[in-house]
Write a protein that binds this ligand. Structure first.
Ligand code: MG
Ligand code: MG
Ligand code: MG
Length: 307
């Protein structure tokens, strides 16, 4: 029997690490099944840095869950963010930290969700609950995901549970959180080799609310203006996506991870929603969002409620 474990499309560090960490846990429960950690897209630079650091192979790249007897979803639940044929699959488990939307299963399942900053924080609890030993490498992978999702504990999504898990994992992994964490986050801000189209797809999510369709893409940087140098190319790609997919709004959020601010390129017929909810003006398609770093906590709920 084959079990695929997948994180969301445009995988971030948490989606990749959670697939690996969950696969390692599942192997403790059942050694007759074939447990295959998978990914639905390319690795970002930060994730590449981590996998090299710990010398771990990336999950298997797939574009369909056909061939899996069961699928485990990590770091997402929405079918919009999952494999295109996910509605045909048997989902046996979900471990996630997002709002629940656009998911329906035909059978009962194991579902573990908590409003914490990272899926790997929940996986850490699952290891503890099941008395499964965490080795140095897997501790490092989980720690990396927590640092990534919480932006080294600076994101408003970060909870005391995330901090505690990270501290315990850092001890097991024998890693200095701040030194390693900054190196790792900086590796992810090297955007120099990406085309406008690739930039938008590093971390892009799609949403439906009140009959409107919108996408919010996010990149991390230490220099917002260097990303904005490609503004006109980025706008061209966004505008073609808007007409192709019939989107009402597209936000390309460029987040300064050192100063914890963002600027967003905002396009679409519902752009004024952004002006309204952040009480700001969009100047030449760009809105400044002071203090905004978390799409999950500071952007999606506001847009969803007001679009
Ligand atoms: Mg994620
Ligand atoms: Mg996550
Ligand atoms: Mg993320």
């Amino acid at each position: 029997m084959k079990t695929f474990i997948i994180g969301h499309k445009c995988p971030d560090t948490d989606s990749i690490m959670s697939a690996l960490v969950m696969a390692n846990l599942e192997k403790n429960f059942c050694n007759t099944n074939e447990i295959i950690p998978c990914r639905l897209g390319n690795l970002n630079k930060e994730t590449e840095y981590i996998l090299n650091y710990f010398n771990i192979e990336a999950p298997k790249l797939i574009d369909s869950v056909a061939g899996a007897d069961e699928v485990i979803l990590v770091d997402h639940n929405s079918f919009l963010e999952s494999a295109p044929d996910i509605s045909d699959a048997k989902i046996s488990k979900v471990v996630d930290h997002h709002r629940i939307a656009n998911i329906e299963t035909s059978e009962p399942l194991f579902y573990m969700s908590e409003p914490v900053g990272c899926t790997c924080t929940i996986l850490y609890e699952l290891y503890r609950m099941n008395n499964v030993t965490i080795d140095k490498t897997y501790a490092g992978l989980m720690l990396s995901a927590i640092i990534s999702d919480s932006l080294l504990f600076k994101s408003p999504t970060c909870t005391p549970k995330d901090v505690k898990a990270a501290e315990e994992l850092a001890k097991i992994a024998d890693i200095d959180i701040n030194t390693y964490g900054l190196e790792m986050l900086k590796a992810g801000t090297d955007l120099s080799s990406f085309t406008a189209n690739e930039l938008i797809n590093i971390d892009c999510k799609e949403f439906n609310a009140n009959g409107a369709k919108f996408q919010i893409s996010q990149v991390n940087t230490v220099d917002i203006d260097s990303v904005l140098k490609s503004k006109s190319e980025i706008e061209m790609v966004i505008n073609s996506l808007i007409s192709e997919k019939g989107l009402d709004l597209f936000m390309f959020v460029i987040t300064d991870i050192l100063n914890c601010n963002s600027k967003a390129i905002v396009l679409g017929n519902k752009s004024s929603v952004v002006e309204k909810v952040y009480n700001t003006t969009i100047d030449d398609n760009v809105a400044f969002l002071p203090g905004v770093v978390s799409r999950k906590k500071q952007i999606v709920p506001k847009i969803t409620d007001n679009i």
